[in-house]
Design a protein around this ligand. Sequence first.
Ligand code: AMP
Ligand code: GLY
Length: 428
Amino acid sequence: MKVLVVGGGAREHALGWKLLADDPKLELISAPGNPGLAEIGRVEAIAPTDIAALAALARREEVAFTIVGPEGPLDAGLVDHFRTSGLAVFGPSKAAARIETSKRFAKELMLAAGVPTASARTFTTVAAANAEAERLGAPVVIKASGLAAGKGVIVATSISEARDAIASMLEGNVFGEAGHEVLVEEFMSGEEISVFALTDGTHVLPMIAAQDHKRIGEGDTGLNTGGMGAYAPVSIETDAIAAQAVEQVFLPTLKALRAAGSTFTGLLYAGLMLTRDGPKVVEFNCRFGDPETETILPLMASGLIEPMRAIANGDSIAGAAPISWRKGAAVTTVVAAEGYPGAVRAGDVITLPPEEHDVIVFHAGTKRNAAGELVTAGGRVLAVTALADTLASAQKLSAAHAARVHFAGRQYRRDIGWRELARQFDGA
Ligand code: AMP
Ligand code: GLY
């Protein structure tokens, strides 16, 4: 069986790795892929948004189905095009992807369906947005309505900071079109977890939660990034919280999407804030999270191919067995380039340590130079996942392996999972 994975990050490498762990005879094709994916399958130099070329590839190779990693091609209508062309594809339509690509759409849908989330209002003028921020008082959250590469959210700790954020989005054009409409949102306090569910549009197969570390610095300090690491499982996701996530978040959201004529199939990602009043949605994503995917998939004991293939074919997963999980914990440490999350230098030669038991190195921003050497080619360069019986051991193993990855200016955090370790320590 052949499967096409669209994308070229560590998330896509982890997806390919898991499919091959399920079925070593699987033929993996990725586009554009990366050097890590090239070691486990074929790569085709096609951009993720070159939908016509991807469809031609899927047809020519007679792939069983295609998996879309990033949100860009979903927003560009890849799934709609594939379905119209009779090609099986895992991911939501452009209209259903609005649950991520339009914060306004997502918020209105959640509020109408009674899905717990922070209250928010949408504005296109500075004066009205400022008035709302003042009414709510600080801290208050200002969000660009459209896609802003994960950067369009300002948690303002003062009203003047809120005003600056509103002005920069509506007048300063910092996020372009995406920021010409802003949401002024109630601040929620609590710990955030990422919960993924595979869905056929009606039924869900939820995965265990992971916690992402978005800040560049240890102790969750410094600038926001795409994610410097993640760990799973997360003990604050109790069975009761997991059940609430399904009953109060996933199922009503999917029902509302069906009612809106935008049935969502694929992977729905809920960023949940565990507040004193229960879990509340911070945001939805219409795709697997990065780096959480690199953490969660290695812990998955049951297969990913079958539910994904069923969903890609438009079949029901009503009768599918729940996902089962390995014992123990996983920690993913991201190794980033110098300067990240700002501008980074590319082309530094990477040396990797010898392979190690229970450690998987997923490639993100890497490429081969003309001499065939592995070099840096992005902000997040590698994602190093370690599995162990305990979180403390997984953290140690992951950080120690990351320490033996060498390239000029590399940076990584040694404290991924620290919140959970502090909880374990407190509870001990
Ligand atoms: P988002 O891009 O929507 O995930 O937001 C980025 C980050 O901002 C989230 O991971 C939260 O940590 C924070 N955030 C977003 N919305 C809120 C909110 N209403 N209250 C508190 N923090 C928030
Ligand atoms: N880990 C956050 C994201 O994938 O959006």
